[in-house]
Design a protein around this ligand. Structure first.
Ligand SMILES: Nc1ncnc2c1ncn2[C@@H]1O[C@H](COP(=O)(O)OP(=O)(O)OP(=O)(O)O)[C@@H](O)[C@H]1O
Length: 692
């Protein structure tokens, strides 16, 4: 079907903008045709049964969704004019020297590409080429859109080395665009330093340290999209997972990958990964820190294997009229050999009856019999062998084992000897020991211990790639839990040491990566900030020497210095002043976040309601109608709002168990603003904020 142009305005064929609009219209039509082709597929004749049909239909439905023409996401955002035609294998089969770069591949009726996927090798110079290194590109064109209409373009002649490289207006406009709704993709404006991480090979793990707003989350999500493109079959088999700090954060980012056509990426929090028991309890900071310490892995390893008993009696198997006897010392040899091997407890337990049976078979052969494999299997299933295995290598139920460690001081002392001090053991023992796995008030850290024990018994299945966001907050035991989900794959670890707000927050990336099981991973740093305006980041960075000495302040890519004010009011005027600041912010474009200490939330919710200001909870989607979100400080991480009103910094600091964590929480709250920040306070500001 030839592409047709609808509703095209009177065209002037020589006007470059008109020509580009024509290409856009034809590409849209071609995309519609691709979708229509898939919709018209009749699967009745090709599927033998309903299971196949259901699977195929699901794939087709996904393909139809992936081919949707997203009204607000332009089909292409750039064009590259090469000096020489690159090979077709680099350009999704396209020949020629000119390529339109977009969110997905679009081809015409005869299969010739009209838009090339941003992830294709031929698209790479769009992000990386410079006058210094033009990558065989003559010209890079960026397109500007208003609504869904192509309204502008901007050219960069990469061969003209005499002219100064100019900052792109379109890029700047994109960065400064007000935020409403969930996180969006950045395919049109990925920066060279970001692109290097996005396109890093699948084989290695990458760790990214970056100040607030440097695009870590964005980069992590685009990296998944890139890897899915470059290694689609492998990852379809092994799976990909994005791990974020909490539900509201996952909700905020969940539309980025679907907008890039990727619908099959799982999302979870670390707690979701280890949800083997219902978590109804909470640990104090000291206990949580010990339970999250890597030494617990060794305590568990010892405890799991502690049940293994060396045999004291021979194993005697009766078959027909004959008795076969494997002496205790020989069974012990087998057990020692299995203990010495690097295999899971459960796998060794499965192997033991076969090994004993083998010893019986050797005796049978020595006696002149000729037993085959079936005989060995039968002997392995023999009641005497089973009984011996049960005695020597008892089955371990991971939750029960952890229960015993936390409830039985003697048992803990036995396995924690030389690892945990007596005080530490005392700290993690339950004051009121639970009787059963069901009745126990498990904490989040306990669930991680159970996960570790499960992995000691049976290997956890590994995925192809895992993205771990806000990684700085994980305990060593949580890193291990994530690490065992990518033992045979790779990971992208994203975080900011200055934003660590758990008592066990990461102090060094190499150490964290060792716990993750990827000590060889490269640590990269992102420093260009895309979110926080200059004045605001400068203010927040006053905290850096106290919360993360050695980390440098982020730069701001935003041109507008940002609105920034600090208002001091009398204590009884605080709530009203906060409401007033929200009302002012609502007078501007974009989303508004009112961030406050968690225990201030009910009071502020009431004050907003009394003033007639509707508000949302974090994670709920902001829209043009409801733009104000009331955010507890502990949920602010990773989120952003055009205007932020920050209530009472001293209360945010006081909400945390220690001063440093409090200041880090404040740093997170101060760095959520895109266009402006108003701090309203009655109590004195933390001294660290007043230091210049
Ligand atoms: N290259 C880019 N072009 C346009 N916008 C960008 C770019 N990189 C990042 N951004 C935008 O900057 C904002 C901050 O990005 P992101 O949330 O990924 O940062 P972060 O480093 O994860 O921040 P935090 O440390 O606060 O979690 C987002 O709105 C993102 O879309």
């Amino acid at each position: 079907m030839p592409p047709h142009v609808t509703n095209a305005p009177a065209t002037n064929a020589n006007d470059p903008l008109e020509r580009e609009r024509t290409h856009l219209a034809s590409s849209r039509a071609a995309l519609r045709a691709m979708r229509a082709d898939v919709e018209a597929l009749d699967i009745k004749d090709v599927t033998a049964n309903w299971v196949n049909a259901a699977v195929l239909q699901r794939q087709i439905d996904e393909r139809i969704t992936a081919l949707a023409d997203l009204a607000h996401a332009p089909l292409f955002f750039g064009r590259l004019d090469y000096l020489h035609a690159p090979g077709v294998e680099r350009s999704e089969g396209a020949e020629g020297e000119q390529f339109y770069i977009g969110r997905r591949h679009v081809h015409d009726a005869v299969g010739d590409p009209m838009v090339i996927d941003w992830r294709a090798p031929v698209s790479q110079p769009f992000y990386r080429a410079s006058k210094k290194e033009p990558m065989d590109v003559r010209m890079r064109r960026r397109f500007g859109y208003t609504g869904g209409d192509l309204t502008a373009y901007e050219d960069e002649d990469l061969t003209d080395t005499a002219a100064e490289a100019q900052a792109s207006r379109l890029l700047q406009t994109e960065i400064e665009r007000p935020r409403v709704g969930p996180m969006r993709d950045i395919v049109a404006t990925i920066q060279p330093e970001q692109d290097e991480i996005v396109r890093a090979g699948i084989g290695g793990t990458v760790c990214v340290q970056g100040a607030p707003g440097t695009g870590k989350t964005a980069v992590g999500l685009h990296r998944v999209a890139y890897l899915l493109y470059a290694h689609r079959e492998r990852l379809a088999r092994t799976g990909t997972l994005v791990i974020g700090p909490n539900r509201s954060f996952l909700h905020y980012i969940e539309q980025v990958l679907p907008a890039l056509g990727e619908l099959n990426v799982a999302q979870a929090t670390v707690d979701d990964l280890v949800a083997h028991v219902e978590v109804r309890g909470a640990d104090g900071a000291a206990a949580a820190r010990i339970k999250g310490d890597a030494r617990m892995a060794e305590v568990l390893r010892r405890a799991v294997r502690a049940g293994v008993r060396m045999p004291v009696e021979p194993v005697v198997v009766v078959r027909g009229s004959r008795r076969w006897r494997v002496p205790a010392y020989e069974v012990e040899e087998i057990v020692r050999e299995l203990l010495g091997r690097d295999i899971r407890y459960g796998a060794a337990r499965d192997a033991l009856p076969q090994r004993i049976a083998h010893a019986v078979l050797v005796r049978m052969e020595q006696a002149g019999e000729a037993p085959d494999d079936r005989v060995q299997d039968a002997v392995a299933r023999n009641a005497a062998v089973k009984a011996a295995v049960k005695e020597i290598w008892p089955a371990v139920e991971p939750a029960k084992l952890v229960l015993r460690l936390l409830a039985d001081a003697q048992f803990l002392a036995e396995h924690a000897a030389g690892l945990l001090s007596e005080e530490e053991q005392q700290e993690i023992l339950w004051a009121k020991p639970a009787r059963s796995v069901k009745a126990a008030k498990w904490s989040a850290a306990d669930a991680v211990l159970i996960d570790e024990a499960m992995d000691l018994v049976a290997r956890t299945q590994s995925l192809g790639h895992v993205v771990l966001d806000e990684a700085q907050d994980l305990s060593p035991m949580q890193y291990r839990a994530v690490g065992r989900r990518c033992t045979t794959g790779s990971a992208t670890v994203l975080g900011d040491l200055a934003q660590g707000t758990t008592p066990w927050a990461t102090a060094s990336w190499p150490e964290a990566l060792t716990h993750l099981g990827k000590p060889e991973a490269a640590v990269e740093e992102l420093t260009q900030g895309f979110r926080v305006p200059r004045t605001v980041i400068a203010y927040a960075s006053r905290l850096l020497p106290s919360i993360a000495p050695g980390l440098s302040e982020a730069t701001s890519m935003r041109e507008s210095p940002g609105d920034f004010s600090v208002r001091e009011v009398a204590p009884d005027a605080l709530d009203a002043a906060v409401v007033e600041a929200c009302r002012e912010a609502l007078g501007r474009e974009g989303s508004i976040g009112l961030i406050a200490a968690d225990d201030r939330i009910p009071v502020l919710a009431e004050a907003l309601e009394a003033a007639g200001l509707a508000h949302l909870a974090p994670g709920a989607e902001t829209s043009a109608q409801s733009r104000l979100t009331l955010v507890p400080a502990t949920l602010a991480k990773g989120l952003e709002y055009d205007y932020v009103v920050l209530d009472e910094p001293a209360a945010v600091v006081a909400g945390e168990p220690d001063g440093r964590t409090g200041l880090r929480r404040l740093y997170v709250a101060l760095t959520r603003a895109v266009s402006g920040l108003t701090v309203v306070h009655a109590a004195p500001l933390p001294a660290e904020l007043n230091q210049l």
